[in-house]
Write a protein that binds this ligand. Sequence first.
Ligand SMILES: [Zn+2]
Length: 121
Amino acid sequence: MGKHEFLTSKAIANRIKAKGLQKLRWYCQMCQKQCRDENGFKCHCMSESHQRQMQIFGQAPDRVVEGFSEEFLEAFLTLLRRAHRHSRIAATVVYNEFIADRHHVHMNSTRWATPPSLSSS
Ligand SMILES: [Zn+2]
């Protein structure tokens, strides 16, 4: 498998079929862990491994967010280049393909995060 083959729209479609898209909001970016529901997420936040990650975050929050932002941007543009090179396409369509990968960098972990007050869910 090539380095970026997991980003092709066919590969993404197959993954959606295989796994089903999980709720974005119960994802912990620091641990790259997807939780099933609110309860699972709460339990995860209490775990020792998560606390350790949060200490790392607390030491340099700006740098961590900046790192996730760069990763997000690069992966998003790579997807755009590979899957939609010769077409005009709405950013939301690309975003929906992008988030179909369960290990994508979640936008909430980047500097483009939606402030909680504006979030619909
Ligand atoms: Zn965590």
